[in-house]
Design a protein around this ligand. Structure first.
Ligand SMILES: Nc1ncnc2c1ncn2[C@@H]1O[C@H](COP(=O)(O)OS(=O)(=O)O)[C@@H](OP(=O)(O)O)[C@H]1O
Length: 316
């Protein structure tokens, strides 16, 4: 019993000694583990070896904090400068449906000459030429009515939404908010900045633009008018729809077909220095050209082999 008490006492003593070990680094000491005395040396810490490290740490922490604050401020200021179609003005314009004058006057779009509706009006682009569902009748082109499904509101796969349509949910309740035929088309030229000009015009709250090239008049004509309409983004009667397919400029069939569709439709053409345009086109087409050349070479090799075979067989 006495032996047991002594062991307990030693354990307690050990615990207390370890608990209160000196914390200063590099110092030596001694402790009793119960089975004899032990020497120890505390290893010097990094701070101990390099006294400036604490100061560097503090400076680093302050620098990171400062950078984070600057980043935050920059992000906040950029949010305030967001394009007008992300702001409430577009929602008001879309849901009110009271005509083009509903463009918020103090919005960035109205302030910018590039986005000003008056620019479009001057160019005759804002003229009300909506065809609605009567497009085929108006233009009296039997070819165009071909392929139009009876269920006019059926959603096809891969429907193209408006490029700037954050208020769709609110406007969805409006029965007037639906897909309409374009009243203007960007017809080219390829690589002349057609995407850019469509985006610039599309910044206006009363303009909606198709996200992708529809190629209706050059490649998808057989799909019919209803298909074409379904490719357009939803819009209100006060808004104009614009699509772009630069290939229309160089397609033989397109002019007549567009004329048959809507003789008063507005055509937007943007041009560029022909040399840089061609270089840009070449750079984009290069992978296809390389493939084409490789294909031609293999065809030539095939035909040479074939002609060799046929000539040798004729010799035989
Ligand atoms: N704002 C502005 N100003 C000047 N140039 C611009 C602008 N926006 C786009 N671009 C250049 O236009 C080229 C792409 O043109 P497109 O959008 O018409 O291409 S496409 O036909 O739709 O594939 C492409 O040219 P390259 O870079 O030489 O290929 C773009 O850089």
């Amino acid at each position: 019993m006495q032996h047991h008490n002594q062991q307990n006492h030693q354990k307690k003593q050990t615990y207390v000694m370890v608990q209160y070990m000196p914390l200063s680094t590099g110092s030596t000491g001694q402790y009793n583990s119960g089975q004899g005395a032990h020497q120890f040396i505390l290893p010097p810490s990094l701070e101990g070896r390099c006294p400036k490290l604490t100061r560097y740490k503090t400076i680093g922490f302050l620098a990171v904090t400062l950078l984070s604050v600057i980043l935050l401020v920059v992000m906040v200021s950029h949010t305030e400068m967001a394009p007008p179609y992300f702001s409430a003005s577009r929602a008001e314009s879309k849901t009110s449906g009271e005509g083009k004058s509903m463009a918020t006057p103090n919005s960035a779009a109205a302030a910018s000459p590039m986005c000003s509706l008056s620019v479009l009006q001057d160019a005759g682009l804002a003229e009300e030429t909506e065809l609605g569902d009567k497009g085929a009748e108006v233009n009296n082109d039997p070819d165009l009515a071909r392929g139009a499904p009876s269920g006019a509101h059926a959603e096809p796969s891969g429907v193209i939404e408006a490029q700037s349509d954050p208020t769709g949910a609110a406007a969805d309740d409006d029965p007037e908010y639906r897909r309409r035929f374009p009243t203007a088309i960007v017809i080219g030229a390829r690589k002349a900045g057609t995407r850019a000009i469509l985006r610039f015009i599309g910044l206006h709250p009363d303009v909606v633009t198709s996200r992708r090239e529809t190629h209706f008049f050059d490649r998808e004509y057989d799909q019919g008018l209803e298909w074409y309409r379904q490719q357009m983004p939803k819009s209100l009667p006060s808004q104009m729809t614009i699509e772009k397919t630069p290939n229309y400029l160089v397609d033989w069939d397109t002019p007549q077909r567009v004329y048959n569709f809507n003789a008063s439709i507005k055509l937007i053409l943007i041009v560029r220095n022909p040399i840089s345009r061609t270089v840009s086109d070449y750079v984009q087409l290069r992978p296809s050209l390389v493939k084409l050349l490789a294909l031609r070479t293999s065809f030539r090799t095939c035909s040479e082999v074939h002609s060799d075979n046929s000539s040798s067989s004729s010799l035989v």
